[in-house]
Every structure is written in structure tokens, then in C-alpha cells.
Design a protein. Structure first.
Length: 178
């Protein structure tokens, strides 16, 4: 099994639901290691694309698969499908896990607006992550050699992994003591 940071292990194994996205052309070997961390019965959400989506559909035959065909045709259908997957993970209180194959497109920023996140920047993986971050989901990024833009608020976990926690809701007082 791939050597994953402890924080990746704990986040995935304790998540009430997990959504996955990534490259359509390639599923990194680490996907298999991450899949083994998802407890039986935990809902898994994924799209219908090749690559990372296909790998996780294979690991989780009972995953909820969002098909582009359910959202019409053309480029807008792909964005609508991805928005629906992210929203489903949000509704389930889950964690979003992304495996991009390249660097973040210039100018793309986290946004709770689906039209801003899916602005045609050229990467559905980064657009989905932008939307997930914008909605406040906890997000893991298995980026390998690619770093997320500093302004996105991710923290390095080491070994090519990055994490961005959900924001603290307004009015919540943080404490040093539990």
C-alpha cells in the first residue's frame, strides 16, 4: 500500500461520505490505497468519466454515480454533473478528494458560485475542487508534484498531499480546551 500521511488516513476513514474527482486520462496508483481507507457502508460519490472516476467506480460498485447524460448535452452538462456531485457530498457532510493531473489553471479561485468555479478555465478537476472549497467542504488534494495556489488556503500534509478544512461557522468560538 502507498505510504499515505496519517492525516489523510484519519480524514478518509472517519468521513461520513466521500466524493472523488480527478484526471480523465490517468488514475494514480495511490487511488487504490485511498479506496481501502473508506469504511464499508460509507456513501461514495463519483462522476461518470474515465480515469480517476472509473477507478473509484471499480473500487466501489455501489457508489452513487452521476452521469453527464442526466444533465443534458454539451459542455454545460459536464459542469452540471460536477456541481451535482459536489453538492451531494456537501449534503452528506462528506470530504472531497481530488487527484488533478496538472497545475491549477491561472485565475481560477475557490467560489461557492458554480458559474465562477466552472468558468471554462480548462480543468474540471480543479473547477470541482474550487466549488467544493467555495462551499466549505473539507478537501484533500492528492496533487503529487502540483501545489495548490497559496490563496486557496491548503496546508501541506507531506508526500504530495494537501488539506483544506471546512471554515469555522460564523459565531462559533474556538477553544484551546475540548
Amino acid at each position: 500500500m502507498a505510504c499515505l500521511p496519517d492525516r489523510v488516513r484519519s480524514l478518509v476513514s472517519s468521513a461520513p461520505a466521500v466524493g472523488f474527482s480527478g484526471s480523465r486520462s490517468y488514475a494514480p496508483p495511490v487511488c487504490a490505497a485511498v479506496a481501502t481507507l473508506v469504511p464499508a457502508g460509507v456513501p461514495v460519490f463519483v462522476g461518470c468519466a474515465a480515469g480517476v472516476d472509473a477507478a473509484f467506480r471499480g473500487f466501489f460498485p455501489s457508489a452513487r454515480v452521476f452521469s453527464v447524460a442526466s444533465f443534458g448535452s454539451g459542455r454545460g452538462a459536464f459542469a452540471a454533473r460536477s456541481v451535482a456531485v459536489v453538492r451531494a457530498v456537501q449534503s452528506a457532510g462528506g470530504v472531497w478528494v481530488s487527484f488533478p493531473s496538472g497545475a491549477c489553471p491561472s485565475g481560477l479561485a475557490p467560489s461557492a458560485s458554480s458559474s465562477r468555479a466552472f468558468c471554462g478555465a480548462g480543468s474540471g478537476t480543479w473547477a470541482s475542487l474550487s466549488f467544493a472549497v467555495g462551499l466549505g467542504l473539507p478537501c484533500l488534494l492528492g496533487a503529487g508534484e502540483f501545489e495548490p495556489p497559496a490563496v486557496w488556503g491548503f496546508v501541506s500534509l507531506g508526500r504530495g498531499w494537501w488539506f483544506r478544512s471546512a471554515p469555522v461557522p460564523a459565531g462559533v468560538q474556538l477553544s484551546l480546551f475540548s
